[in-house]
Design a protein around this ligand. Structure first.
Ligand code: NAG
Length: 295
């Protein structure tokens, strides 16, 4: 009888454990993360929101941090293997002298320099920090998707080779080819490159197109989901996700915007894909931007 009761009890407690995710109280007593290993992120979050992003603004540093996250991650190749780069491993920061010399990375040294003190001050790898900063930064932008964040990228071992980051003068075929080699499908490339956020890096402001939208809407809900999914994939390129911890709950919930989903008057959803030839990089942006993902 007693044994039977015990068996039922064990079965029940197993069910209870499965139903309720364990939560951990972090050192400061107030922040609670699903996984205790995510606790290390809260002080970093507070610091970068206050300082790097100048009180949680959606500004130039967000713009640059996202660009850095993309440029670091795309240093990955299915065909070349390890010699094609380690993906989202932080190599762009750890081997900055090599990777910032690549043409596609021109101007990226500023944000590497701005992020370096945080990487040095905290117990976090450059790969984790770069993707974390991008996800946190994007969360400051009204209407943005809440990006996922996984923690646990090992330190980078080598710089990515040159020519992993597509450039504006590359043909569509070349751009798609490069992304396919990194594991992306054409629709995923479109959601990354033609999305409103793509203005941060991929759009050429001299070419009339979606980026000439005069409405300050940052993200439209039509592409938000696919962008979030594509970014989630990009952020762990070359990484073993089974060894990483899902710390997405640490990423703040982006503020909402009041305006409805829309496309600019003379631009349809279809036109977004036509943008592809010109969408890659911007090196001559204005240095001061109040709305990096808007106009
Ligand atoms: C990561 O965790 C968030 C909740 O914090 C969840 O919504 C998301 O689906 C998880 N992602 C994966 C890939 O498991």
């Amino acid at each position: 009888m007693a044994i039977k009761f015990l068996a039922i009890f064990v079965a029940l407690s197993g069910a209870v454990n499965g139903a309720f995710t364990k939560r951990a109280t972090c050192a400061d007593g107030t922040q609670i993360a699903t996984r205790e290993s995510c606790c290390v992120l809260f002080p970093i979050l507070k610091d970068i929101q206050e300082n790097l992003f100048e009180r949680s603004q959606c500004g130039e540093e967000v713009y640059e941090s996202l660009r850095l996250a993309v440029h670091d991650a795309i240093g990955f190749s299915l065909s070349k293997g390890p010699s094609g780069g380690g993906g989202a491993d932080g190599s762009i920061a750890a081997f900055a002298s090599v990777e910032t010399a690549y043409h596609a990375n021109s101007g990226i040294d500023d944000i590497i320099f701005a992020q370096a003190p945080y990487i040095a001050a905290y117990n976090i790898t450059p790969g984790d920090f770069i993707q974390f900063a991008a996800a946190v930064g994007v969360s400051n932008c009204p209407g943005a998707p809440r990006l996922e964040f996984f923690l646990g990228r090992p330190p980078p071992t080598a710089p990515a080779p040159d020519s992993t980051v597509p450039e504006p003068f590359d043909t569509v075929t070349d751009i798609l080819g490069r992304f396919t080699d990194a594991g992306f499908s054409p629709p995923e490339v479109v959601s990354l490159a033609s999305h409103a956020i793509a203005r941060a890096d991929f759009a050429d402001p001299t070419v009339p197109g979606p980026h000439s939208d005069s409405n300050p809407t940052i993200f439209d809900s039509l592409t938000k989901g696919s962008f979030k999914a594509a970014m989630a994939k990009l952020a762990v390129l070359g990484q073993d996700v089974r060894k990483m911890v899902n710390c997405s709950e640490v990423i703040p919930v982006p503020p909402k915007i009041a305006t409805r989903t829309h496309f600019p008057i003379d631009i349809t959803e279809k036109d977004y894909s036509i943008e592809l030839p010109n969408v890659w990089d911007v090196t001559d942006r204005p240095t001061e931007m109040t709305e990096p993902f808007g106009v």
